[in-house]
Design a protein around this ligand. Structure first.
Ligand code: G
Ligand code: G
Ligand code: MN
Ligand code: NA
Length: 257
């Protein structure tokens, strides 16, 4: 119960940190965006990974405050990078939304206010949602997603292929991209034709539905080249970079200049 009590005040006590994992164009190797991922700098236990606290925060509702902090902090950070590294296209920022956050009545208004306060360009912001956030009530989910699209942000379906994936969701909900779960990427094996055929089938389906595809968990050059050959344009994973603290991410941007 200790963590459960302590996490309530983690955001207010300045104990949350963000790390950023590059999203990379698989053909050119350049960074076009990043996913913000939260960490908890616990006063005695050290740096805690989301696996240790997101589920607790979700159950107790603290995830709502954490999510607000994450969005605000990430927008401010990425805006500084937009200013320091002006390119043809500003870096795109992806933020995860948990089921509990997604179901909040004030979600859309809260995001709208943060966009306004930070002056972050909505077109450069994407939200990543998992299927669990959606399958409870399709009509309400669709209404919320439509309202988010009205703000001008992008919507990505996270961990695709492992949940209750339904083609109905993909067809009828206003998603822009799907993220192929790392399970499919890690099972890519040059000696096993079916593994790449499965990823190829996901790519074809996404193409028919007009969705971009981002591959997660790219760890080897063989993963990258197979995905690239199959026509997957975007990805992230340890081959390129682990989630980086802001200073390290900035160093990467400098190096890519
Ligand atoms: O960051 P990894 O490095 O360990 O992230 C593990 C899981 O935690 C991922 O599934 C990710 O979606 C989730 N997660 C990380 N940061 C956030 C966040 O800011 N908000 C929410 N809701 N989930 C997050
Ligand atoms: O579930 P979600 O996709 O939001 O979370 C991203 C998670 O994936 C983070 O925990 C991040 O640390 C992890 N991750 C990112 N790249 C890789 C990778 O190449 N391999 C593995 N095993 N995990 C990764
Ligand atoms: Mn994600
Ligand atoms: Na994921």
């Amino acid at each position: 119960f200790e963590l459960e009590n302590e996490i309530r005040s983690a955001a207010a006590n300045g104990q949350l940190r963000l790390v950023y994992q590059p999203k990379v164009d698989l053909n050119t190797g350049t960074t076009y965006g990043l996913e913000a991922l939260v960490r908890w700098e616990h006063p005695t236990r050290g740096l805690l990974q989301p696996g240790m606290f997101i589920a607790i925060a979700e159950r107790t509702g603290t995830i709502v405050d954490i999510g607000k902090w994450v969005l605000r902090e990430a927008c401010k950070q990425v805006l500084r990078w937009h200013e320091e590294f002006p390119g043809e296209k500003p870096l795109s920022l992806s933020v995860n939304l948990s089921p509990r956050e997604f179901r909040r009545k004030d979600l859309v208004e809260s995001i709208r206010m943060t966009l306004e306060e930070t002056a972050f360009p909505p077109a450069s912001l994407h939200f990543e949602l998992t299927e669990t956030a959606l399958f409870e009530d399709f009509t309400t989910a669709r209404r919320t997603l439509d309202a988010l699209k009205q703000l001008g942000v992008g919507l990505d379906l996270d961990d695709f292929g492992t949940g209750y994936s339904s083609l109905k969701y993909l067809r009828e909900l206003p998603f822009d991209s799907l993220k192929i779960d790392r399970y499919f990427v890690s099972s890519l094996d040059p000696k096993q034709k079916s593994s790449s055929e499965l990823v190829g089938a996901i790519l074809s389906m996404a193409d028919v539905l007009g969705l971009d595809v981002i591959a997660e968990g790219i760890e080897t050059e063989s993963h990258r080249s197979t995905l690239s050959l199959l026509g997957c344009r975007f990805g992230q994973g340890y081959l390129f970079a682990k989630p980086l603290d802001p200073q390290s991410f900035r160093t990467l941007l400098v190096a890519e200049q």
